[in-house]
Ligand binder design. Structure first.
Ligand SMILES: *[C@@H]1O[C@H](CO)[C@@H](O)[C@H](O)[C@H]1NC(C)=O
Ligand SMILES: *[C@@H]1O[C@H](CO)[C@@H](O)[C@H](O)[C@H]1NC(C)=O
Ligand SMILES: *[C@@H]1O[C@H](CO)[C@@H](O)[C@H](O)[C@H]1NC(C)=O
Ligand SMILES: *[C@@H]1O[C@H](CO)[C@@H](O)[C@H](O)[C@H]1NC(C)=O
Ligand SMILES: *[C@@H]1O[C@H](CO)[C@@H](O)[C@H](O)[C@H]1NC(C)=O
Ligand SMILES: *[C@@H]1O[C@H](CO)[C@@H](O)[C@H](O)[C@H]1NC(C)=O
Ligand SMILES: *[C@@H]1O[C@H](CO)[C@@H](O)[C@H](O)[C@H]1NC(C)=O
Ligand SMILES: *[C@@H]1O[C@H](CO)[C@@H](O)[C@H](O)[C@H]1NC(C)=O
Length: 644
């Protein structure tokens, strides 16, 4: 859809090419027992991350200025100290920073025991090649004061300005252990538990009562069954203070906790030691686990945060990671609790169904479900692309999360239709196979927007039609419309469109919506179920726009082949049932042009009809094509408004 691409400048202010190039740089710290960072100097782009891996001795990653090496830059980052006896096996603890701009970043090891910084243990990101080079920085560091005033590292000894994380394997190689299990970490560190095959958990207990959850406020991942390694299942818990933390696996088959599958963070070295805790666990009664999970931490399945899995079992098949058709649960399936939680609510508990439903309402519910099937495959595929696919990290997390909750909300909407169809023992409509006109993320946003507009179009049409006969449907349709309209607002903003200040939703006849979807997205012959709409009008191809880019669209040119060329018009379907006609003028060889009426704003639909002045309800009878949507409002004006 060429016309609307005029206005798809990206709000995020970065081109896809730049963002797609984000990468992580790995740097070793003290590898081989040497006082060096390797590489010593790196160049990184804005948005890149740098991950530091710690080896032998007891090093840190501390930011300074160029002028004052070996002393912390106020507000700079600090990894905290990371002891590791091994010169060649990296500590499970890492520190990651994000590069926010291309200004030089200066780093040193703040270990005073051995004066690491003065001995040349320095590092830089984007150091200039002349002038203030890494060499010049190292020379300065050699002469830096050794005194502890100003102190060598930021106060508190806790990590700042980056992510300090310790990776803990849960049940590695089939062993009933956590590796490591005897952890010392400062507050602010993230404990990253990674699950191995079997059916393990990480649950917090007190020292005195191992194998049983803490009375209040403890963390629990729930039991995580998996057969694959790596499983992609991660549970993240933040260390908040220096108090000891005790945890165990609550699996009762083979008594994991009693067999020693326990661990600690910051356990005392005398008194209540980890050894004593293991001893107490051996004698503990049968393990228990809180009924809710995950709590006190964040559970992530292949990059997707799972807010709730209701019980204690994580269903691998429900992950949003597979991408293909099978990944959207089939219509009519029970909503899983975490879908509901992502959607911010479940389907209605009471529909006030009367004893009968009209045939028309049945057909409309099936059409609405048909459109939600399209929307769900689309959102799920786009979400996957944005989290674990070609567009990974292209959008800020808040936007990607919003797309995830849109997906969950569309599930709830579809459930309201299938619940109703099933209640009246009517057929539910299974998904077709789809082929998306999508290559770039902008296409995804545009196609999603169009599907939402199509659905809003029929929701309006259907509300008007079935209101008198099946009034119980009105609240369900109204709620769905409100939610879908909010989604279009979000997509408008991603596209740099002004969100409409007044309702601009366009009513669309169901026949036209059905044709549009069949023409644009459905693989021919792939629909398993029949709908009441059999006529599929041919696709309208709007080939070009006769306007300056960035200005209001005043004219369109289209290409059609029709038998009779008499009395051809473009019918412009605008907000609130608005309908305006403009004549099509022949430009020869099947090309036609029409002017865009100046009374139209925002998204409007164009459809080629014979004749003019029909009412909206009758228009599909005279349509020669399916409709096409364009954004006609002045784009430039909005651009300048945004800058203000
Ligand atoms: C690591 O170094 C810091 C700073 O010198 C020190 O406070 C800490 O006790 C050291 N840790 C170990 C285990 O040596
Ligand atoms: C980048 O910005 C984040 C958020 O403000 C900050 O925590 C981080 O320290 C910054 N990174 C660097 C290298 O300064
Ligand atoms: C598993 O346990 C065996 C026997 O105690 C041990 O040799 C092995 O290193 C352990 N593997 C891991 C990955 O912890
Ligand atoms: C995981 O363990 C729990 C508790 O023993 C059990 O209820 C659940 O069925 C197990 N799940 C699988 C898939 O084995
Ligand atoms: C845990 O580490 C401490 C030293 O930090 C050590 O004294 C203790 O024996 C270790 N305990 C276990 C069970 O490995
Ligand atoms: C740290 O605080 C957060 C937020 O309250 C909580 O979710 C988490 O479980 C706490 N961590 C520990 C180890 O208790
Ligand atoms: C993560 O993805 C892998 C590969 O597709 C899959 O085998 C695994 O089950 C997924 N893990 C989770 C927790 O969904
Ligand atoms: C996901 O990305 C691929 C590759 O760019 C693209 O072909 C596909 O259409 C995208 N899917 C969706 C639903 O956006």
């Amino acid at each position: 859809m060429r016309l609307s691409s005029v206005s798809t400048s990206v709000l995020l202010g970065v081109s896809a090419q730049t963002v797609a190039a984000y990468r992580n740089h790995d740097v070793t710290v003290g590898k081989g027992g040497m006082l060096v960072y390797d590489p010593e100097s790196i160049s990184a782009h804005k948005g890149d991350t740098v991950t530091y891996h710690f080896f032998a001795k007891n090093h840190s990653v501390t930011q300074s200025s160029f002028d004052d090496p070996c002393h912390p830059l106020p507000g700079g980052f600090f990894s905290a100290f990371t002891p590791n006896p091994s010169p060649d096996t990296a500590s499970p603890t890492t520190f990651q920073i994000k590069v926010n701009d291309t200004k030089p970043i200066w780093v040193y090891c703040s270990q005073t025991n051995g004066n690491h910084c003065q001995k040349g243990m320095v590092h830089s990101i984007n150091a200039p090649l002349v002038g203030n080079t890494i060499g010049a920085f190292k020379n300065k560091a050699a002469k830096a004061s050794i005194s502890t005033s100003p102190s060598n590292d930021p106060p508190g000894g806790v990590p700042v300005g980056g992510l300090r994380k310790i990776h803990i394997e849960v049940g590695p190689a089939g062993n009933l252990t956590y590796s490591p299990n005897n952890i010392t970490e400062p507050p602010g560190t993230v404990l990253e538990f990674a699950y191995n095959p079997k059916n393990h958990s990480v649950v917090q207990s007190s020292f005195a009562d191992p194998c049983h959850p803490l009375a209040a406020d403890g963390f629990s991942s729930g039991l995580i069954p998996t057969q694959v390694s790596p499983s992609g299942a991660i549970f993240d818990v933040v260390v908040n203070d220096t108090k000891p933390i005790w945890f165990y696996c609550a699996q009762t088959t083979k008594d994991h906790c009693q067999s020693g599958m326990v661990g600690s963070v910051n356990a005392p070295v005398v008194g209540n030691t980890l050894e004593k805790f293991i001893g107490l666990a051996k004698k503990a009664s049968t393990s228990t686990i809180p009924p809710e999970a995950p709590i006190g931490g964040i559970f992530i399945a292949n990059g997707t945060v799972i807010k709730s899995f209701g019980g204690d079992v994580f269903d691998n098949n429900m992950g949003m990671d597979e991408g293909s058709y099978s990944n959207v649960p089939p219509p009519g399936t029970k909503m899983s609790p975490y879908w509901t939680s992502m959607a911010g609510g479940s389907e209605p508990s009471n529909y006030h169904w009367p004893s009968t439903i009209s045939n028309e309402a049945t057909e409309f519910l099936q059409l609405l479900e048909f459109v939600d099937n399209v929307l769900l495959e689309l959102l799920m595929g786009g979400y996957k692309n944005l989290t674990n696919g070609p567009w990974d990290h292209l959008y800020p997390k808040s936007i990607t999360d919003t797309i995830q909750s849109m997906t969950a909300q569309a599930m709830v909407h579809r459930k309201t239709y299938t619940d109703s169809l099933q209640h009246y023992k009517k057929e539910i409509i299974n998904p077709c196979r789809y082929s998306w006109p999508i290559q770039h993320v902008n296409d995804f946003v545009q196609v999603t927007l169009v599907v939402l507009l199509l659905q809003i179009g029929i929701l309006l049409d259907i509300s008007a039609t079935v209101g008198p006969s099946d009034s119980w449907l009105i609240p369900a349709l109204g709620v769905n419309m409100g939610s879908k309209a909010r989604m279009t607002g979000v997509l408008n903003m991603i596209q740099d469109h002004t969100a409409s200040s007044a309702p601009r939703e366009v009513m669309l006849p169901s026949e036209l919506v059905y044709s549009y979807i069949m023409d644009h997205y459905v693989v021919p012959g792939s629909c398993p179920d029949k709908l009441a709409w059999e006529t599929q009008l041919p696709r309208l191809v709007i080939a070009a726009t006769a306007t300056d880019i960035g200005k209001r669209i005043t004219e369109i040119t289209i290409t059609i082949t029709v038998e009779s060329t008499k009395d051809l018009h473009v019918a412009w379907i605008g907000p609130w049932g608005g309908l305006v006609y403009s004549p099509l003028e022949s430009k020869g060889s099947g090309h036609w042009s029409a002017s865009v009426p100046s009374s139209l704003y925002g998204h409007v639909w164009a459809v080629v009809v014979t004749g003019q002045d029909y009412k909206l309800q009758e228009i599909s009878k005279y349509s020669l094509t399916s409709p096409e949507v364009i954004w006609v409002t002045d784009v430039q004006q909005m651009g300048s408004k945004k800058k203000a």
